[in-house]
Design a protein around this ligand. Structure first.
Ligand code: GDP
Length: 364
């Protein structure tokens, strides 16, 4: 599955947020740095109103949402790339995620220590990015040395790797993260395989005070401007509110939200933003037994989409019977959609669309 790493300086609200996301007390929030020592991993249901609607129409017994994995990664400090604090562990963990949710402290609270003694989310973001850039430069240097012998031996992949590493290095030396490098289509795969830390897309999570959850504040606006300039995404949430909401049942949560003047839980926005950041989308399988959401990268072809359910579906793929979400709902179900001629038979070259309701036919 797809993994988002939650990173940020100590005491910015990572644990609080992670607890809310996973509704467990596993990652204990506490008012001192370094309290999250091991990475905590939690699977989170991806909120999608469409799924409930499909399940209602099909009278599905079970409803199974798509899932996204969040990893709470131990606090980073200045000097992490030099192996201080929990740095090395941090860097190892961050390599393994697909995208980064970077929590930034945008709340004032005299009782909560800030590691640098002031609330400045833009400076904090730079602190972390700088550490990641230094770590990338060091890892590139090491890798270049290892490539020398392979290149002499005529290894074509090594030549490509060296070329890409040089491109990354040039950007980093100019103070730019690797994600800013423009990559030709032919190089995309090898580029991803480099697994550089600053290649990963970033979602800034502005953690604001409870009262500012709906509006944001001056600090979160600074982050928004920075994110826009960088081409990164951002969301404004209050981790504390989310933690409170996570302890309520669905009905209570809705009441609480409307009392606070909020339309949607911040976590829902966060998860959706993560989904978008990873260029993911959803298709559905719907029947009386279950309604289920499946996650695919945008642009996935029908056989590979089938392969998310089971490898055999991909190998033996014949065709997909497909109904668009809007047709399914407007016409009131599979049979009605079929009768109206809205069920399409799609072949191997079909690019699955977000919201498609699919039924795969395959050889065994
Ligand atoms: P981490 O070190 O980044 O994991 O931070 P924690 O989640 O442990 O939070 C550090 C402290 O800040 C805890 O005492 C939290 O209760 C508090 N905290 C987290 N979010 C907020 C917030 O939005 N407002 C205020 N006032 N305190 C918060």
């Amino acid at each position: 599955g797809f993994r988002m790493g939650i990173v940020g300086l100590p005491n910015v609200g990572k644990s609080t947020l992670f607890n809310a996301l996973t509704k467990t007390a596993a990652a204990q929030a506490a008012n001192f740095p370094f309290c999250t020592i091991e990475p905590n991993v939690g699977d989170v249901a991806v909120p999608d109103r469409r799924l409930a609607q499909l399940a209602e129409i099909a009278k599905s017994k079970q409803v199974i949402p798509a899932r996204l994995t969040f990893v709470d990664i131990a606090g980073l400090v200045k000097g992490a790339s030099k192996g201080e604090g929990l740095g090395n562990q941090f860097l190892a963990n961050i390599r393994e995620v697909d995208a980064i949710a970077h929590v930034l402290r945008c709340f004032e609270d005299e009782d909560v220590t800030h590691v640098d003694g002031r609330v400045d989310p833009v400076a904090d973001a730079e602190t972390i990015e700088t550490e990641l850039m230094i770590a990338d430069m060091e890892s590139i240097e090491k890798r270049m040395q290892n490539l020398v012998r392979k290149i002499r031996g005529g290894d074509k992949e090594a030549v490509q790797q060296e070329r890409l590493l040089k491109m990354a290095m040039e950007a980093l030396e100019n103070g730019q993260p690797a994600r800013t490098v423009e990559i030709a289509d032919d190089d995309r795969k090898a580029w991803r395989m480099l697994q550089l830390l600053t290649q990963k897309p970033v979602l800034y999570v502005c953690n604001v005070d409870e009262a500012e959850a709906g509006t944001g504040n001056a600090q979160s606006e600074r982050v928004a401007a920075m994110a826009a300039e960088q081409g990164n995404a951002h969301v404004v949430i209050s981790a504390k509110i989310e933690e409170e909401i996570s302890q309520l049942d669905a009905e209570e949560a809705e009441m609480f939200l409307s009392e606070m003047g909020l339309e949607e839980a911040g976590l829902d926005r966060l998860i959706k933003a993560g989904y978008g950041l990873l260029h993911l989308e959803t298709y559905f399988t719907v029947g009386p037994k279950e309604a289920r959401a499946w996650t695919i990268p945008v642009g996935t072809l029908a056989p590979q989409a089938a392969g998310v359910i089971h490898g055999d579906f991909e190998k033996g793929f014949i065709r997909a019977e497909t109904i668009g979400y809007d047709d399914y709902v407007a016409l009131g179900g599979e049979q009605a959609a079929k009768d109206a001629g809205k069920m399409r038979a799609e072949g191997k070259a079909y690019t699955v669309r977000d919201g498609d309701v699919m039924h795969f036919l395959f050889n065994t």
